[in-house]
Design a protein around this ligand. Structure first.
Ligand SMILES: [Fe+2]
Ligand SMILES: [Fe+2]
Length: 180
């Protein structure tokens, strides 16, 4: 495994989250019930898996390593702006979800921010995968790929947290509102 492969593997799990997000907003728009506790689990995945784990790997290790070659700087800048955009959507989603839990009817904004988040994900992941291919083929050395990979694996707390995140994705995929 290399650093790039690790990030691609994260993306495979994130695509499962994307499908859950899509199913969730569609169900909400259709007037079906989705337990608020499950929507909370989705927001938890967004903040803990996407933001804390995956974006950190990109922002703190992978992007700086590529940028050190003075290459793909515009691409990196655009990807970082998109991360910020997604954090704003996630914040709006959480705020509205809290209000909903406190009794206000926030079905529509929650559905809308979930939808916006899924559109962001689709666009961002595909752009980033093109970026990974360029970085892998043209920029990063085999040693850097290995070193970053080792670095990702060495943070045991993160590796364990990631496996909890995958369990949470399994759980959500197993819920009736998702399956039917
Ligand atoms: Fe990203
Ligand atoms: Fe990514």
């Amino acid at each position: 495994m290399s650093a790039t492969e690790t990030l691609r593997k994260d993306h495979q799990e994130i695509k499962r989250v994307e499908k859950i997000v899509i199913k969730c907003y569609q169900s909400l728009y259709d007037g079906k019930d989705v337990p608020l506790s499950d929507i909370e689990k989705i927001t938890f995945l967004i903040s803990e898996f996407l933001d804390s784990i995956h974006y950190s790997r990109e922002e703190d290790s992978y992007f700086p390593c590529v940028a050190a070659y003075d290459s793909l700087k515009e691409e990196i800048r655009a990807l970082l702006i998109e991360h910020e955009f997604s954090r704003n959507i996630a914040r709006m989603l959480s705020t509205n979800l809290s209000a909903w839990k406190n009794g206000e009817d926030k079905r529509e904004p929650v559905a809308r921010f979930l939808k916006t988040y899924s559109i962001y994900l689709q666009d961002h992941l595909s752009k980033e995968e093109e970026f990974f291919t360029k970085a892998e083929e043209q920029i990063l050395s085999k040693e850097e790929e290995d070193e970053m990979y080792q670095q990702f694996q060495s943070v045991i707390a993160i590796v364990e947290k990631l496996s909890d995140m995958v369990k949470l994705i399994d759980y959500l995929e197993d819920q009736n509102w998702y399956k039917y």
